[in-house]
Design a protein around this ligand. Structure first.
Ligand SMILES: Nc1ncnc2c1ncn2[C@@H]1O[C@H](COP(=O)(O)OP(=O)(O)O)[C@@H](O)[C@H]1O
Ligand SMILES: [Mg+2]
Length: 249
């Protein structure tokens, strides 16, 4: 029940984004991936659900090498992976109940009653009880993010991937989201990857933090190890000093 990216290379035309990116997330662990904007964090995450395929290297989820999978098997794996997209990605024409229930609809033995019950549970977990019949346009940015999280956990995934869950949110909503990530992690024991450029979030929610720089994991360690790390690139990022990032290769 782990996620393994092994020496993943990925380019878009002449833009070599991942250059031997390796990452192992153990069962039940929460790993944060931090790094500057445009360094390939989202690209790396999309490999975990097969939305992108590596040019070179391997991606393993749940002990299965995604590279050799037929579409049906890939969809089966995806069912165990909740993906919280950077921009909530709710369907505007569907109610919150319908949005959160999307994944549940694909489970054959699911009754309407069980579905409504599960949606209610998930909305309660993200503190959106009573929002079932609202539409996304009626929700604030933070509420939409929480609805996106409710949708991701509805099918009880074994893995949760968050892409920038706190980006663009005010400090109070950021705290609410961070607490939700920690609560979800404790209550559901899911193996979790959180992509963020917010160090405070990373320190708070992660067992280990990896920093991506120039297409590879430059440093990986516990929050304490990251705080104590003397690598100028890591320091440059966590202290917000771009000159350190530029100077070191
Ligand atoms: N589908 C795509 N086609 C072409 N270029 C892409 C695609 N997805 C990402 N990129 C490029 O890959 C680089 C890394 O993007 P991304 O992973 O989104 O960065 P971030 O670390 O901010 O999440 C950027 O230069 C981006 O323009
Ligand atoms: Mg991104």
């Amino acid at each position: 029940m782990s996620i393994v990216l092994q020496d993943v290379h990925k380019a878009f035309g002449s833009n070599q984004v991942l250059r031997g990116f390796s990452l192992e997330v153990h069962e039940g662990e929460t790993v944060a991936i931090v790094g500057q904007s445009g360094t390939g964090k989202s690209v790396a995450l999309k490999h975990v659900v097969g939305l992108l395929k590596p040019d070179r290297g391997e991606v393993w989820v749940d002990g299965v090498n995604l590279g050799q999978l037929a579409v049906e098997r890939l969809n089966e794996i995806r069912r165990h992976v909740g993906y919280v997209f950077q921009f909530a990605a709710l369907f505007d024409s569907l109610t919150i109940e319908e949005n959160v229930g999307l994944g549940l609809r694909r489970i054959p033995e699911m009754t309407e009653k069980a579905m409504a019950e599960r949606v209610r549970e998930c909305l309660a977990l993200v503190e959106l009880e009573g929002y079932e019949s609202r539409f996304p346009a009626e929700l604030s940015g933070g509420q939409k993010k929480r609805a996106g999280l409710a949708r991701a956990i509805a099918t009880q995934p074994r893995y949760l991937l968050y892409d920038e869950p706190t980006t663009g949110l005010d400090p109070v909503t950021t705290t609410v989201i961070n607490r939700l990530i920690m609560k979800t992690r404790e209550e559901l024991k899911v193996t979790t990857v959180v992509i963020t450029h917010d160090m405070e979030s990373a320190y708070l929610v992660a067992d280990r933090i990896g920093m991506i720089h120039e297409g590879v994991i430059r440093f990986m360690g516990t929050p304490e190890e990251v705080r104590a790390c003397s690598d100028p690139v890591v320091r440059g990022f966590i202290e917000g000093k771009p000159e350190l990032l530029e100077g070191a290769g």
